[in-house]
Design a protein around this ligand. Structure first.
Ligand SMILES: Nc1ncnc2c1ncn2[C@@H]1O[C@H](COP(=O)(O)OP(=O)(O)OP(=O)(O)O)[C@@H](O)[C@H]1O
Ligand SMILES: [Mg+2]
Length: 251
């Protein structure tokens, strides 16, 4: 199963992704966790030590040169458009129990659409991961879904959009759905996060009535505290854990 997580900034994508990944791991599944958000730290949320020292793939200059035949940072010119990537998930991931984590990092974009070695490598890698890996894949993405091209979208089984009670995250959900449908990714689910009570739940249900809702996670001070302490939200007791377990069962 290939799952992509998106949503407005700060709604809880990384928190939810980490709970989902650790839950799957505890169920005995092998999980390939992809941190596709340059500003995020999924590794820390998973409880991986020294998470901030993991080098993102986009910054592995020598490897990118070796695989594409061109120096990262160069635009245009000649380089391999189909670099070898199939060994990278095993070679370059950080491991914790049944979880392998890869941090993609970001490509400094120059103008419209970057045709550069590092973005070509990342695209090939994401494509390989969703098309050929047989673990459960969970991708923590930014507010957009630009890592998913037309060719890869068909292999993504589920796009989970995290929302919080608020107008802007709902607008973002609508936008993401529009982008997703353009690349024929139609299995979209909503997770309502930071829900303070029945009123918040009703608000989200009302404004997202034509979405399929996977479930709700309560607003919890313990999750913020975990974040502040650099701990995994999965390692603190919260009802969120039980809720995510139910969601996995219904996926
Ligand atoms: N259910 C919750 N209750 C309370 N706080 C939460 C909850 N979920 C997440 N948070 C807090 O909200 C903040 C943002 O969460 P998180 O980093 O998971 O969001 P994000 O969508 O991944 O953000 P970004 O867009 O920056 O990557 C964190 O401080 C986190 O602890
Ligand atoms: Mg995040």
């Amino acid at each position: 199963m290939k799952i992509a997580i998106s949503g407005k900034g700060g709604v809880g994508k990384t928190t939810f992704s980490s709970l989902l990944i650790r839950t799957l791991n505890d169920m005995g599944k092998k999980v390939l966790a992809i941190d596709a958000d340059p500003d995020a730290n999924l590794a820390a949320a998973l409880g991986i030590p020294d998470a901030d020292k993991i080098t993102p793939i986009a910054e592995m200059k020598e490897m990118i040169f070796e695989r594409t035949g061109a120096q990262p940072g160069t635009i245009g010119g000649f380089f391999r458009l189909n670099p070898k990537v199939d060994d990278l998930p095993d070679a370059l991931s950080v491991k914790k129990e049944g979880i392998k984590l890869m941090r993609l990092g970001s490509v400094k974009k120059g103008g419209g659409g970057c045709l550069c070695p590092e973005s070509t490598l990342l695209k090939a890698l994401v494509m390989h991961i969703v098309l050929a890996r047989d673990e459960v894949v969970v991708m923590d993405m930014e507010a957009g879904i630009e890592h998913l091209g037309r060719a890869t979208a068909s292999a993504v089984d589920k796009l989970i959009v995290v929302v919080e009670p608020g107008r802007r995250s709902i607008d973002t959900a609508e936008n993401i759905r529009r982008l997703a449908s353009e690349i024929h990714l139609n299995q979209i689910y909503i997770v309502g996060n930071k829900v303070r009570g029945p009123k918040d739940e009703e608000f989200l249900k009302k404004h997202l009535s034509d979405f399929e809702i996977l479930g709700f996670l309560p607003y919890a001070d313990d999750l913020i505290e975990a974040d502040l302490q650099g701990e995994s939200p999965y390692d603190v007791e919260s009802t969120a854990k039980a809720r995510v377990k139910e969601m996995v069962a219904s996926l």
